[in-house]
Design a protein around this ligand. Structure first.
Ligand code: HZT
Ligand code: MN
Ligand code: MN
Length: 426
């Protein structure tokens, strides 16, 4: 195994002097939410201990005290569980009383440790993404990027057994592929100049998962597509709250997304929400826990509830606005039933390995490889065919189309909504 430092250095080395421009960072037209005063982004907390990484000429961009090769655990940068809060949003209308209600404050205090875990995971997410965003460039292969994100996550969250670590495989989906692509061993996918790359990764502390994603492109022609998903996701996050109907969030997202268009090769193309992709609620060690947050008005009158943790993710597309499963599967997760008998010895052992190392958290083939597993293809297929493991193949719109994504995780605390994954980047 390469160490985090080795991999991050490899990543840096690959990206140096390629003459590539930095990826575009587009600002959506109505996303003033990302400049909130109460956002304590990783850059906000200054003057902790500083280690190496002191190039005087270069402007310092990393979190105070984090190294260029992602080696300092966030627990060291924020002692005594003092992790930054996310963006705090007061509830509106009938729920506005909650902010000051003594009863709600008391309820809030009961969930303190969960909140600390989530804020620690969110800080890891911000620091890792800040680091890799500066380095990802055309010419790099996806395995290098995935390993930099994953090793960075492991180092910053102090990955340890089932107590803390990676929340799910790093999604690195390109162009018409919207989600759930990560390289398997032997895949050599290299980013091209005109690609649109979705970077979706997760961090967990005691099973409390932060799920957040962003999109990178190096050709400015995609700016409206990137703005569309940023605006749409911020709209969904703003609309969300206790007792809010999922379909109303979907309708608000749809309206914003469909207000954008993009010109490609002299043709004006409407940007569509990908109607069969959804946000979701999250439970401990369960990346999706029953509720789906639509990005169109699908008529689902189910409501969000107090205490729930949600990921809102919106996907815009220049294609059909519909994804199908396409290409080699890499993502898998144990479904839960641990009692079902498996008769093939190798499959029984593999289920044990998965259960011990990932529990019900999603994993990918590369994670089995690094545990020293080999020849697991048929046993894994058997577990999938017996519904013990769920397969999550890549999800792609029509060939030739371009898709973008932006995703945030927030919690509906009894007193306020907290957008945990908010940073000064997005
Ligand atoms: C599945 C497998 C993973 C959850 C959303 C998602 C990445 O599309 C209900 C609504 C990781 C996550 C998931 F390895 N999915 N967020 N980030 N993917 S989902 C879903 O399967 S289930 C959405
Ligand atoms: Mn995600
Ligand atoms: Mn998600």
């Amino acid at each position: 195994m390469a160490t985090a430092a080795e991999t991050a250095e490899g990543l840096a080395a690959l990206s140096i002097d390629k003459g590539q421009p930095e990826a575009n960072d587009v600002d959506g037209s109505s996303d003033e939410g990302d400049a909130q005063d109460n956002v304590q982004g990783s850059g906000a907390v200054a003057k902790k201990k500083k280690k190496k990484n002191k190039k005087k000429s270069k402007k310092k961009k990393g979190a105070a005290g984090q190294t260029a090769d992602l080696t300092v655990p966030v627990s060291q940068l924020f002692p005594n569980n003092s992790y930054p809060e996310g963006e705090i949003c007061e509830y509106r209308d009938d729920n506005n009383y909650r902010t000051t209600s003594e009863e709600m404050r008391a309820k809030d205090r009961l969930n303190e440790s969960q909140l600390v875990d989530l804020r620690r995971a969110a800080e890891v997410h911000r620091e890792v993404r800040q680091n890799v965003r500066e380095r990802i460039r055309p010419g790099m292969d996806l395995t290098t990027i995935a390993e930099a994100i994953e090793n960075g996550t492991r180092a910053l969250v102090e990955a340890s057994g089932m107590s803390s670590g990676i929340g799910f495989p790093t999604g690195l989906s390109i162009n018409h592929c919207a989600a759930h692509f990560t390289p398997n061993a032997g895949d050599h996918v290299v980013i091209q100049d005109d690609d649109v790359l979705k970077v979706d990764f997760g961090v967990h502390v005691n099973g409390h998962i932060i799920d957040s994603a962003f999109t990178m492109a190096w050709n400015g022609r995609y700016d409206p597509l990137l703005s569309a998903v940023k605006d749409a996701t911020n709209t969904g996050v703003r609309e969300a709250g206790i007792d809010v109907r999922l379909c109303d969030i979907g309708a608000a997202i749809q309206e914003v997304m469909e207000s954008y268009e993009i010109e490609l090769d002299g043709k004006t193309i409407p940007i569509k929400p990908i109607r069969n992709l959804n946000g979701h609620n999250i439970a401990p060690y369960r990346i999706h826990s029953g509720k789906s947050v639509p990005i169109i008005d699908n008529g689902d009158a189910t409501r969000m509830e107090e205490g729930e943790l949600f990921a809102i993710e919106t996907f815009g597309s220049t294609g059909e606005g519909h994804v199908d499963e396409e290409g080699p599967c890499s993502h898998y997760a144990l479904t839960g039933s641990t009692t079902r008998p498996v008769h093939l010895e190798s499959a029984r052992k593999l289920r044990q390995t998965i259960a011990r190392n990932f529990g019900t958290l999603p994993f990918c083939r590369r994670y089995l490889d690094r545990l020293g597993e080999s020849r697991y293809f048929l046993p894994l297929k058997l577990l999938v065919d017996s519904d013990i493991v769920t397969a999550y193949p890549p999800l792609c719109d029509v060939k030739g189309s371009y898709t973008a994504q932006l995703e945030h995780t927030f919690i509906l605390r009894p007193t306020v909504k907290e957008v945990l994954s908010r940073g000064d980047d997005y």
